[in-house]
Ligand binder design. Structure first.
Ligand SMILES: NC(=O)c1ccc[n+]([C@@H]2O[C@H](COP(=O)([O-])OP(=O)(O)OC[C@H]3O[C@@H](n4cnc5c(N)ncnc54)[C@H](O)[C@@H]3O)[C@@H](O)[C@H]2O)c1
Length: 377
């Protein structure tokens, strides 16, 4: 029987992602026997338009321009913090200092120094904190993760994890905070897409020892209301990494993050190949994953339809198809179940330590690109 204890959530940053959470809460009844029910009760955003959008959310009782109001509100149980990267440190540190639970958006600090300070503060605090990364919750990705985790792949040969979209292919697209170092960070696209790519490999314990990076800033200027403006972030990043695989052997791992990937709308993928088996999943073909095995001496790739079998069970039938909004619902189900001590052995939301490890890798990638050599972590 579902107990459905209410968790009152405050959103700091009611933009693209803040609104997604309000929608996730609106369809919480999709989940079967989840221990809690989240309600968005407050929102803080500097933008009046963003604040006004939340007037249609019936559970919201506080709408403010000042995020401190939410940190100080004892009637809020947990925060979702989804603001530009240059604000992560200040707000995450304040939340941790207040002992407020939160799900923080990636990259969890604008750079390695900010991430280190945040993770230190979180570890000193009583707050339950996780980092946003929803794409591994696709059923096909979950099955690939489970197969890889079981050890069935044998000695690892090669791992590839990537996120490619083409939202910046249009040179006339206006500049925004995600396209400028001051607000997005020097790591550029790695800050935007890197945590998505890092989550599954790091959860599997695949942390690289050496990084060689190729970084590309393709569009260096974009329109703004005041005329052409410098667009100084890395658009694309390709990281080739030596990764310890046990027994004194290393395997190759490639992380690819691209805002300009001609031909790709919004493709997240994960592939791991070992001597005994392999797995491959892409959100481009979300209803299937692929499994490789050597069968009677023949190399066989099987296409498997995992069905709508998600990490947390849902009322929707197993034959229905899973999408981005379902991945977000599953991530929130995971965060709030783990917070309630009810996650069990289900897949967990990314941790602050995983975000910090990702930042160390991205910092090494910056050094590598500058020195045109591999960097040892
Ligand atoms: N998990 C994902 O799939 C995903 C997707 C996109 C963005 N993100 C991350 O989410 C975060 C926010 O990105 P977004 O796309 O929602 O951006 P956005 O620009 O759409 O929204 C950010 C909001 O923060 C508000 N804001 C700015 N300064 C503020 C302040 N001082 N106090 C309160 N509000 C303030 C802005 O007015 C805006 O409404 C970033 O960390 C980004 O990397 C995650």
């Amino acid at each position: 029987m579902n107990r459905m204890e209410t968790v009152r959530i405050g959103i700091i940053g009611g933009g693209l992602m803040g609104r997604e959470l309000a929608a996730v809460c609106g369809r919480w009844l999709h989940l079967v026997d989840h221990p809690v029910r989240p309600e968005v009760v407050a929102v803080a955003d500097l933008s009046e338009d963003a604040r006004n959008w939340f007037k249609q959310v019936s559970t919201v009782r506080t709408i403010t321009a000042d995020w401190h109001d939410l940190i100080n509100d004892s009637d809020i149980d947990a925060l979702y913090i989804a603001v530009p990267h240059d604000l992560h440190a200040e707000i995450y540190l304040a939340a941790a200092a207040a002992g407020k639970d939160f799900l923080g958006e990636k990259p969890f600090g604008i750079d390695l120094a900010a991430a280190t300070a945040i993770v230190d503060a979180v570890e000193r605090s009583s707050a339950f904190v996780r980092v946003s990364s929803e794409l591994p919750f696709y059923p096909g990705a979950q099955r690939c993760y489970e197969i890889a985790q079981s050890g069935a792949l044998g000695d690892l040969v090669d791992v590839r994890s990537g996120f490619s979209h083409s939202s910046d292919l249009d040179r006339t697209k206006a500049i925004n905070w995600k396209r400028q170092q001051a607000t997005c960070g020097e790591i550029g696209v790695m800050g935007d897409l890197g945590m998505h790519v890092a989550h599954v490999p790091l959860r599997l314990g695949w942390a690289p020892s050496d990084v060689y990076a190729l970084l590309d800033n393709i569009v260096t200027e974009r329109p703004s209301p005041t005329g052409p403006t410098t667009c100084d972030t890395w658009d694309n990043a390709l990281l080739a990494m030596r990764t310890p695989g046990g027994a004194g052997r290393d395997f190759t791992m490639l992380w690819e993050t691209r805002r300009i990937a001609p031909g790709q709308m919004n493709t997240w993928y994960f592939e791991a190949l070992g001597m005994d088996a392999g797995v491959r999943f892409s959100t481009r073909t979300p209803a299937t994953y692929h499994r490789f095995a050597v069968n009677a001496g023949k190399q066989v790739w099987e296409e498997v339809q995992p069905g709508n079998i998600s990490s947390w069970p849902v009322i929707s039938g197993a034959i229905f198809e899973f999408g981005f909004a379902d991945a977000l619902l599953q991530m929130w189900a995971s965060y709030l179940a783990e917070r309630a001590g009810a996650l069990g052995d289900r897949f967990g939301t990314a941790t602050p330590q995983e975000a910090l490890t990702a930042h160390r890798i991205f910092e090494a990638a910056l050094q590598s690109a500058q020195a045109r050599t591999a960097i040892t972590l």
